[in-house]
Ligand binder design. Structure first.
Ligand code: BES
Ligand code: MN
Ligand code: ZN
Length: 496
């Protein structure tokens, strides 16, 4: 899908479809008013008859509107003007794009950025429009022998800004939206790929492709390299798998050499069976998504490189399967992490923290400005926050605030949980420095407490994306989150 920015009068646009907003009850947007005037009140007549009352999520497609150069006009309900906020704006874009792609239109001209959204500017609206539009048309059909439907795809979208002097801002915002959406698509594709295709080696190959396209530095550490580094915790998870584990290290240099890098660490369990502490069978297929943290790091790298952000960024992805086998780690096994701290593995299904802890220690060598890890870490986080917010835990309040703000800005929200010392007691082991589980209570927090013991040397935040990285049920599929949050966090780092 291609986007371009224009500032012009709607009735002058030669396009398959013009998209116009209608507030509840029955109030046309400015562009709508202008078409209405010229068409001899074609729109207000229809609205008066009650065919479109402006209810959020509704659409009405009109043909042959007099005195316009477009084939169609699509009216989109916006809900009440006073209640028109971030969510309502996104809902309107989603409804418009959904209807557009069900009609025969291959191009469209959208007049939604003229609508006032509280505390949001034109750049925000354009960026959101692009991201939501791309999200709405995303399909994962590369593994179907026949495509599900054969309709003509939406190809070109013109986004209209109210004033000529906003054209440049609009272009920038569209480019940002496009980069974020491309990054999300990459993350979604990788997440949706099954475990027999998306293996640790496949993730490494993806990183290689990215490195080649965008001239990034890439290192893939193999099993023997990790042994040399004494990554006993990471390797203990890989023991049950026939797929060799990889530690993928990507480096992007957009800033000057002296600038300390930001480091992203992504959990890359390409399938999590639980290991010897085997998971129950129901919905176990969804554990192919246990590499969505890794996928979000790759998607974010792609976006950052596309936008040529002036920052230095390191991505570290520990990748392995977690499977039961004669050689697999067993409950009670004690391993020594790269940091030297010993861990009693009381549950082999708490494997994410076992691979992340060694990656966090490895991150020290980059002398990071800050480290953010992203992981589908705990079922407890799904119970606590559901699919709305990622869990956020941090040893540095300013860093946490920046991440929360980036989430709020993009609608890819996070919610902070406490990381108080008192919770650390739950990780006590009688036989090692710590256990890898902390009991039934506060599972998301004790998982983060575990990680915090390996992140003492730098500012660190942890995003638990177990509830946000994919959807279950009828709409099963990866979401591409938290790529928008991460990209905006990094954009924010450019200004400071
Ligand atoms: N990958 C899972 C977390 C998960 C579970 C994500 C369900 C999404 C949905 C993780 O490796 C795991 O199994 N965590 C355990 C930890 C427990 C054994 C302390 C969990 O949450 O049950
Ligand atoms: Mn697990
Ligand atoms: Zn897992």
């Amino acid at each position: 899908m291609e986007f371009s920015i224009k500032s012009g009068i709607p009735e002058k646009q030669r396009t398959a479809c013009i998209v116009i907003g209608v507030f509840e009850p029955r109030k046309l947007s400015p562009a709508g008013e202008s078409i209405d005037q010229l068409s001899g009140h074609a729109l207000s007549d229809i609205i008066r008859r009650g065919d479109m009352d402006g209810k959020s999520g509704t659409t009405l497609l009109l043909h042959n509107v007099p005195n316009t150069l477009c084939d169609r006009v699509l009216l989109v309900g916006l809900g009440k003007e006073r209640e028109f906020k971030d969510k309502e704006y996104r809902d309107a874009v989603r409804a418009a794009i959904k209807t557009l792609s069900e009609t025969g239109s291959t191009d469209a001209s959208i007049f939604l950025a003229e609508l006032p959204v509280k505390r949001r500017d034109t750049a925000w609206k354009i960026e959101q429009t692009v991201v939501v539009a791309m999200e709405t048309v995303y399909r994962f059909d590369q593994l179907k022998s026949q495509p599900d439907e054969t309709r003509r795809p939406l190809r070109k979208i013109v986004l209209n800004v109210p004033h000529r002097d906003e054209l440049a801002i609009g272009e920038m915002a569209a480019a940002r939206g496009q980069a974020i959406a491309n990054g999300m698509n990459l993350a979604k594709d990788l997440g949706n790929l099954p475990g027999n295709i998306c293996t640790p080696a496949y993730l490494a190959q993806q990183a290689k492709d990215l490195a080649k396209t965008y001239k990034l530095k890439l290192e893939v550490l193999e099993q023997k390299d990790m042994e040399a580094l004494k990554m006993g915790s990471l390797l203990s998870v890989a023991r049950g798998s026939r797929q060799p584990a990889k530690l993928i290290v990507l480096q992007y240099q957009g800033g000057n050499k002296k600038q300390k890098p930001l480091v992203l660490v992504g959990k890359g369990i390409t399938f999590d069976s639980g290991g010897i502490s085997l998971k129950p069978g129901a919905e176990m297929d969804e554990m192919k998504y246990d590499m969505c943290g890794a996928a979000s790091v790759l998607g974010t790298f792609q976006a950052v490189a596309q936008l040529k952000l002036p920052i230095n960024l390191v991505g570290i992805i520990p990748a392995t399967e977690n499977l039961p086998d004669g050689n697999a780690s067993k409950p009670g096994d004690i391993v020594t992490s790269m940091s030297g701290q010993t861990i009693e593995i009381l549950n082999t299904d708490a494997e994410g923290r076992l691979i992340l802890c060694d990656a966090l220690t490895y991150a020290e060598r980059f002398d990071p400005e800050a480290v953010v890890d992203i992981a589908t870490l705990t079922g407890a986080c799904v119970i606590a926050l559901g699919g709305q917010a990622s869990g956020l835990l941090s040893n540095h309040d300013a860093l946490a605030r920046e991440l929360l703000h980036a989430g709020e800005h993009t609608g890819d929200r996070a919610w902070q949980l406490p990381l108080w010392d008192e919770y650390q007691e739950q990780l006590k082991s009688n036989f090692a420095d710590m256990a890898n589980i902390g009991g039934r209570q506060a599972g998301t927090i004790t998982a983060a407490c575990f990680l915090s013991r390996f992140a003492k040397k730098y500012d660190w935040a942890h995003l638990d994306i177990a509830g946000t990285a994919w959807k279950s049920g009828k709409e099963k599929g990866a979401t591409g989150r938290p790529v928008p949050l991460l990209v905006h966090f990094l954009i924010g780092k450019c200004k400071g």
